[in-house]
Design a protein around this ligand. Structure first.
Ligand code: 5GP
Ligand code: MN
Length: 335
């Protein structure tokens, strides 16, 4: 079933294709989805990329962005139809259907062939075909490899290359995380060969801050950063009120957690952001401490060993207290 011939057979049959990715998509989620979409269009397929939520302005430069369907309650019936009419549904950069909110159950119930392309731990078994590897730094890396495996490298173009490069660049933290491999650099070299514009993608993603966003970062570091030396842990908690004060837009808090991790000696970093009915958490670690396990065990989340996320329905204050208390259980690993 996982033979490439199976996928080729489904593609030859044609039909409508839905590509979907996790809520609050990042550059890998959106870049791998749009890169795949542009490629499948070249094979003559009609594709729709569906995002479960809005995403940051620093991703909207990607080719195909204008045609992305963003889930809203008003669009519910229309999106359900799109999913039900599809002959293939590609699920990119997430490993369990709860990551696409209530679209998950529609995808699960659909009769379409489901294709998982992902690099997160512990995938749920809902798919008919997969290219899944936790050794891949980014889902974009797996999409690149799939296009090669299909025998279609010649279909790669600068737009596809830019989308895929964005995913690899950001999921490796601009090539500094432990997931960077020789394969990452080899694929990036190939993407440059196909026309990826490295400086332009980098500028679009990292150098398009709004004034408010940069001031939110300054405030977070100056006023909100907490260091717990005993557990080599640092965290930042931002209330709704504080986020409002800086007019925070989707994506504005992305990357803040990495500053906490950049403190000398810190092994575990967290960012708490208060939303309407929940607290969203971003966890990062360096070395052996698994934030995937931590997020999965205590905060209904998951991700990768060194980068994961979770959520809590308690108040921001209660969540932070719970977090601090939990550190005691991990004293040995964090000392
Ligand atoms: P971030 O902190 O950048 O939002 O997410 C870090 C990693 O954890 C990403 O790979 C993301 O997909 C994953 N992740 C973030 N939040 C959640 C969550 O609530 N559940 C699960 N399973 N994964 C998450
Ligand atoms: Mn990813």
């Amino acid at each position: 079933m996982n033979d490439i011939k199976t996928l080729k057979g489904w593609i030859e049959k044609g039909g409508k294709v839905v590509i979907t990715t996790h809520q609050n998509p990042d550059a890998d989620a959106l870049g791998s989805s749009l890169g795949l979409s542009l490629y499948l269009q070249k094979l003559g397929l009609e594709t729709t990329v569906i995002s479960p939520t809005e995403y940051p302005g620093f991703l909207t430069w990607m080719e195909g962005n204008d045609d992305v369907v963003i889930y809203t309650e008003e669009m519910d019936a229309e999106i359900e139809n799109m999913i039900n009419e599809a002959s293939m549904i590609f699920c990119l950069d997430f490993s369990s259907l709860d990551r696409i909110n209530h679209l998950g159950e529609i995808v699960r119930a659909s009769g379409a062939k489901k294709i998982l392309i992902d690099h997160h731990l512990s995938p749920e078994n809902f798919y008919d075909f997969s290219r899944w590897s936790t050794d891949a730094a980014a889902t974009a890396e797996l999409v690149y490899e799939l296009i090669v495996e299909m025998g279609d490298s010649h279909l790669m173009d600068p737009e596809i290359a830019n989308c895929l490069y964005a995913g690899i660049m950001t999921d490796t933290g601009n090539f500094k995380h432990s997931n960077v491999t020789r394969n990452v650099f080899e694929i990036c070299a190939q993407l440059i060969e196909h026309g990826a514009n490295i400086s332009e993608v980098t500028r679009n993603i990292y150098d398009t801050n709004s004034f408010d966003r940069l001031r939110l970062l300054g405030f977070s570091l100056n006023k909100k950063l907490k260091l717990i030396p005993e557990y080599n842990t640092a965290y930042i908690a931002l209330s709704k009120e504080e986020l409002r004060k800086f007019n925070a837009q989707p994506g504005d808090t992305e990357g803040i957690v990495n500053y906490a991790l950049s403190l000398n000696g810190v092994l575990f970093a967290a960012l708490f952001t208060e939303k309407d009915n929940l607290v969203k958490m971003s966890f990062r670690s360096s070395g052996d401490f698994s934030v995937n396990d931590f997020a999965r065990t205590h905060f209904s989340g998951g991700g990768h060993k060194n980068a994961a996320g979770g959520k809590s329905e308690d108040s921001l204050e209660e969540t932070v207290i719970r977090f601090e208390n939990l550190l005691k259980e991990y004293k040995k690993q964090l000392s």
